[in-house]
Write a protein that binds this ligand. Sequence first.
Ligand SMILES: [Zn+2]
Length: 410
Amino acid sequence: MADAVKRAWLTIDDAPTEDFMRRVDELDARGIRAIWFCLGELLERYPDQAAYAVRKGHILGNHSYNHPAFSKLSLDEAREQIERTERLIDDIYRRAGVPRPVRLFRFPYLDDGGDEKRDGLQSLLRGMGFEPAGFPGITYAWWKRQGHHERIDVACTYDTWDWKLQEGAGILPELLARMDEREPEHGRGLNEAPGSNEVVMMHAWIPFDAFRLLLDKLLTKPLRFEPPIHLSVRIRPVDQADLGIVHPFQCEYLERESAEAWLRRVEAHAGLYLAAFAGDDLAGIVYGHPSRHRDDAADLKGIAVNLDHRKPYARRGIGSRLLRAFERACRERGFRRIVTGSADDPGVEAFYRSNGYRPVGIVAKDAAGRELAREVPASGEAESADARKEALRRETNAAETLLIFEKKPD
Ligand SMILES: [Zn+2]
């Protein structure tokens, strides 16, 4: 037998259910940890069942409160659906005594709002702190063509069609046979290994026997089911014992400073220097300190992620997670705004913008880093700030022009 296998992640929608713990046990018996996309109304009914899954190392994601089609909702209604469920999921994690590793969202019916509402919903999700699942190695052309590689919501590469079981169990042989098909560019690529990794979608409410049979059939495929990478990345404040690993990283990616200065920084602003670890591996850092100009503000001085794209956690939204952890730390310390100077780089500027930062200043500097000019963009609109930035570069003949970004975390 060929030992080529590919990686797969299992996502299960419309959780939890009354017999949820049994289903979690079935997965555990097969060594699979799943992402369960939960409905708020079911979390209200089965909180203990949901907490059980969390304690077993599964992940709960948000699937709205009561499963509406999002293309039929206003943005306010969409926010209400999502927020209500977020509060319930946070409660479950608290109840389970487990830190919530990630905020993931899947649209009911995979209805992402359609052309009219898609962009608005994506920025709503971003603004609410959702993160792209960032499953690596999804190489289907259709996946990219449909833009899934850039979206916040979690799609799937293989839909088991198990939702058809609501019409009766007679459909089950057809669902099982479908897994044997080889149509990778039409969403049926389980048998192509090596090939694209897979995100498999099932439903939590299907008959229990069908649930087991579908799982068993999946395990005959050349797939290695992995726990979501988010479980292995943890963000925490650094302390002085992290000198040996965090300080060289900072010197390589951001500011160079002596070990003594670094230790003083960490001592003075404990809690505003955070690091993301994947096991023992340092995946990224973020740090800052109280503003010297405004009592209610904190300066974000540096943020960087390990750029080695071979790392299993590469391109999993760790930068955004670090940013949100920093914002939380600032909020807890009473800071009402966060200010940062972006690198003179469209990619970095886009990163801040997509995380809810808006430009509040433009600074032109010469090659020695001396400030040549500074101005406030006329309005918060991205285009006008970008245009003024380029104009200022020409007017002052600057070596670099930087945008100053600000965010008021709520
Ligand atoms: Zn659903």
